[in-house]
Design a protein around this ligand. Structure first.
Ligand SMILES: *Cc1c(COP(=O)(O)O)cnc(C)c1O
Length: 377
């Protein structure tokens, strides 16, 4: 059986976990959390980074920091994971879904401005498959309408847009370190705060509404409850697991890209003969090999391909059911304009197995089985 995903494992994780246990500090914000925060800050030249308990809670923090009021509107794509939408709902906002571009599956930047109303406060740019949204256009719209921008960069750590790391372009960036992402801590994530004006509020929000971080820095002589808050600190045990990978971040990134390119070259013939469609990487975007997907002609063809692969021991998957057609999506939001691509493109897309150190012969086998399928139909 070829799995769809195996979480990354370097080999130093046990040693680091042992250190955490021996140091008697298994709660949050210990040495490993600091190492991870500092690494991300330095590597991406980010103003402030804080590990969180998930990509979802990083988004929750970001949307709460945006300071929304009930009835405010947040613009986002419908083709995304539910977390992109639950965060603004938690913050009290209504959702306005905008269609995607069929080439990158990202929000269509040319449709955003038409969706802006006097209630709009935030645009969420989700970088699908680690390939950047058209950030210059999005930031320009935000500037002109006085909106905030949150990057859902859950899939996009290490990717860049015109040389700038994804997650560091909008007001806030959110990474996920779930076991399905490029770097993992089981469950976890990080928020990138690109405007220092939000640093202190973020610390309070993350630390149960207290000014405990200021206390530890010696800036106040006792800590107390100062504002609304929640608990977004991951355990040091999780941070230790992540640190092993961040130390090897380039090796993991290169390994994923190598697999991605192997799929690209191996299936190129099928793309050139018009049987399948490929992902598109716009100029100026460097991606992180998060995902290799292809598009079939129809939902029926995709269903047949998935079961053909399965019958050969290969697990391939699809996602997402567009949020605007889900029970919660229709309750909390509306779709602006026409759904030209969101639904039909989502029905054709299939993701192939891709994880750190996937065996080359497995990738070769998957390529051969996909090709065999297309000789039959
Ligand atoms: C994985 C993912 C999330 C959520 O991350 P978790 O760490 O699983 O909470 C949010 N948005 C997108 C686009 C994702 O792919």
């Amino acid at each position: 059986m070829i799995c769809f995903n195996i979480p990354p494992y370097i080999g130093t994780e046990f040693e680091y976990l042992k250190k955490v246990i021996e140091n008697h500090h298994i709660s949050g914000d210990g040495d490993f959390t600091k190492k991870c925060n500092n690494w991300i800050e330095k590597r991406f030249n980010a103003q402030k980074v804080m590990l969180t308990t998930s990509g979802t809670t990083a988004l929750d923090m970001a949307l709460l920091l945006c300071g929304l009021s009930p009835g405010d509107e947040v613009i986002l794509p419908s083709y995304t994971f539910s977390s992109t939408a639950t965060a603004p709902v938690l913050a009290g906002a209504n959702l306005v879904f905008v269609d995607i571009r069929p080439d990158t599956m990202n929000i269509d930047e040319t449709k955003i401005e038409g969706a802006v109303t006097h209630k709009t406060k935030v645009i969420i740019a989700m970088h699908y498959a680690g390939v950047s949204c058209e950030m210059d256009v999005i930031m320009d719209i935000a500037r002109r309408h006085n909106l905030m921008v949150v990057e859902d960069a859950a899939q996009a750590i290490m990717s860049t847009y015109k040389g700038r790391p994804l997650g560091t372009i909008g007001d806030f960036g959110c990474y996920s370190f779930h076991e399905t992402k490029n770097y993992s801590m089981g469950e976890g994530g990080a928020i990138v705060i690109n405007n220092p004006a939000y640093n202190e509020r973020a610390e309070v929000l993350r630390e149960k509404g207290t000014n405990r971080s200021r206390f530890f820095r010696g800036q106040v002589d006792k800590y107390t409850w100062v504002d609304f808050g929640d608990s977004y600190l991951p355990s040091e045990l999780n941070a230790a697991y992540l640190w092993a990978q961040l130390e090897n971040a380039d090796e993991i990134n290169e390994n994923r890209l190598k697999t991605w390119k192997k799929y690209w070259n191996g299936l190129r013939e099928l793309k050139e003969s018009g049987k399948i469609e490929f992902p598109f990487i716009p100029e100026g975007c460097i991606h992180n090999g998060h995902m290799f997907y292809l598009k079939c002609k129809s939902l029926e063809e995709r269903t047949a391909l998935i079961s053909y692969l399965k019958s050969h021991g290969i697990l391939a998957v699809f996602h997402y059911v567009p949020l605007h057609s889900s029970p919660a999506g229709s309750k909390y939001g509306r779709f602006y304009g026409a759904d030209n691509y969101t639904t039909i493109e989502s029905e054709r897309l299939i993701r192939l197995p891709l994880y750190y150190k996937i065996q080359e012969e497995d990738v070769e086998k998957i390529i051969q089985i996909v090709k065999a399928f297309y000789t039959m139909i």
